[in-house]
Design a binder for this molecule. Structure first.
Ligand SMILES: CCCCCCCCCCCCC/C=C/[C@@H](O)[C@@H](N)CO[C@@H]1O[C@H](CO)[C@H](O)[C@H](O)[C@H]1O
Length: 497
């Protein structure tokens, strides 16, 4: 049996590519930039980065921004998702001290993008908190809500005229669970007694405050869209037993429901199952109050509906069963009590957690539709890791399979507005350094200028963007990539998404 129907992305579907500041910029202390939590983390823990290549220089986009835009033009993308390094523009994190030299970098990048009709999609926060704010408790301190709101105001004021797509936060679960509960991300804390859940609450409220700020002071004049990016990998029962199905529900609610429900849930607030588990365990553990902080009625209201789109970061699928070992208590692992594995037949990427299971993207989309009432979605990250080398056929296969699954999800009613390939170029994959390559363009990290060269996947992605179609058998005649003349850009940027 062979599926003959040809599915196409609509003309106004947006295609983009993404990076983040710490992962590509380098210039970690250039021109008055303040220290970030990642700078401190990698400098104080010299062996924490797998191959020793940290973000000090990275892909050196701080100096290569013109080449970066040239690559985006070669691909023919509609938008570029990048993040602003908070300590580059506000070195101590607060708005009393502004680093004009740092802003100049983003001025140049944004102007260059607009010159070629590539829309900037700006992430305000992608894991690199100013260390000065971490010294005050970081996201575990409720003052972080105001710090972020003030930072957002500075950025909106400067760029609202030019930027129509905003993402407040990238992946609160990575920020809080991996950063504050022993997950190996900066600042490398283990605040299992409650700090990680405080972080979740504060990050969500900081997002909502920034959203409401834009809504009140900028939206009318500038007509931009503000969303948040959440890691929505798929979680399926390992086998269909009651215990596995219950464990799978816990996995979904702890991994992404805890962030989605306050914004898109019918009643708002944290998911009932998360509240009841953590409240009950906290009591048993002798805590006077739950380790999961409450959201007041006013906070529930502030959060509900605080996004114009859901930024969905999707990479892979996990199979779930109940935990099989006794986890440390108290801990989030113990609260969730799940064990994850992946299909033995799924093709592996270079990252240990990354296996190709495109059906998971389809199922995740349908789940979001049913549980959160068809939210407008932009896939703000999807990608594949390899080793070095230009012939990245496995990335091509993965991209085609996932875009095929996405087309099916769209056909079945999912409101997907756009897709973002992670990543435009090889970069510093956090503690994996450059040992896992996610780029459509290879970066030669040994070269002085961090030379970028198009991979096979760059040419295939370019062809998909041009044809709006996923053709399994298409292959370029060479790896030479050129800017297509008379590029006609999507113009769906103002007003309603
Ligand atoms: C050996 C297989 C057994 C499976 C057991 C798995 C154990 C679970 C461990 C979970 C690890 C987390 C996996 C999820 C990762 C992604 O969602 C996450 N990396 C996405 O974040 C973005 O990733 C990009 C590429 O990795 C990029 O780094 C970007 O900055 C992030 O936003």
């Amino acid at each position: 049996w062979h599926e003959m129907r040809i599915r196409k992305f609509k003309k106004n579907f947006l295609f983009g590519a993404a990076t983040s500041a710490y992962q590509v910029e380098g210039g970690w202390d250039a021109d008055g930039k303040g220290e970030s939590i990642w700078d401190k983390y990698v400098h104080e823990n010299r062996n924490v980065v797998a191959d020793g290549r940290n973000g000090d220089v990275a892909s050196d986009s701080y100096h290569n921004w013109q080449r970066d835009v040239q690559m985006l033009r070669e691909l023919g993308v509609d938008f570029y998702r990048f993040s602003i390094s908070w300590p580059r523009v506000l070195p101590n994190g607060l708005s009393n001290e502004v680093n004009e030299a740092g802003f100049k970098y983003y001025d140049n990048l944004i102007d260059e993008l607009l010159k070629y009709e590539i829309q900037p999609m700006v992430t305000l926060y992608h894991f690199d908190l100013p260390q000065a704010l971490q010294d005050l408790g970081g996201w575990a301190n409720p003052l972080s809500i105001t710090w972020f709101e003030d930072y957002a105001r500075v950025i909106f004021k400067r760029y609202a005229e030019k930027v129509k797509f905003w993402i407040t936060m990238n992946q609160p679960n990575t920020i809080c669970i991996e950063g504050y509960a022993g997950g190996g991300m900066a600042p490398g804390l283990s605040l299992e007694e409650g700090g990680a859940y405080e972080c979740v609450k504060n990050v969500l409220l900081a997002h909502a405050k920034a959203y409401r700020l834009y809504e009140k002071e900028f939206e009318k004049e500038h007509q931009g869209n503000v969303g948040i990016s959440i890691a929505v990998n798929w979680f399926d029962a390992l086998v269909n037993t009651t215990e596995n199905v219950e464990a799978t529900e816990r996995a979904r609610e702890f991994e992404f429901g805890i962030y989605l429900n306050p914004i898109w849930g019918k009643e708002g607030d944290f998911p009932a199952i998360v509240k009841s588990i953590v409240d009950k365990k906290s009591k048993e553990q002798g805590f006077k109050t739950s380790r999961l902080p409450k959201l007041s009625a006013a906070e529930v209201k502030l959060l509900k509906g605080s996004a114009d789109f859901l930024g969905m970061n999707h990479y892979t699928t996990f199979l779930v069963e109940p935990g099989t070992t006794k986890y440390e208590s108290p801990s989030i692992e113990d609260d969730r009590n799940t064990k994850y594995s992946q299909g033995p037949e799924w093709k592996p990427g270079k990252s240990s957690w990354l296996k190709s299971a495109p059906y998971g993207l389809y199922k995740a989309c349908i789940y979001l539709n049913f549980n959160y009432d068809y939210p407008p979605i932009i896939i703000t990250e999807h990608g594949w890791s390899t080793g070095p080398g230009l012939g990245d056929q496995s990335r091509v296969d993965n991209m085609r399979a996932y875009l095929g699954a996405l087309l099916l999800a769209i056909e079945d009613g999912t409101d997907v507005k756009g897709y973002t390939a992670w990543s435009l170029m090889d970069n510093v994959e956090w503690t994996a350094g450059t040992s896992e390559r996610f780029g459509l363009y290879e970066v030669d990290f040994e070269s002085e200028s961090k030379t970028r060269t198009a991979r096979l996947s760059a040419l295939v992605y370019k062809h998909i963007i041009e044809s709006r179609e996923v053709e399994d058998n298409w292959a370029p005649s060479s790896l030479k990539i050129e800017i297509t003349k008379n590029e006609k850009k999507n113009n769906n940027y103002k007003g309603e998404l």
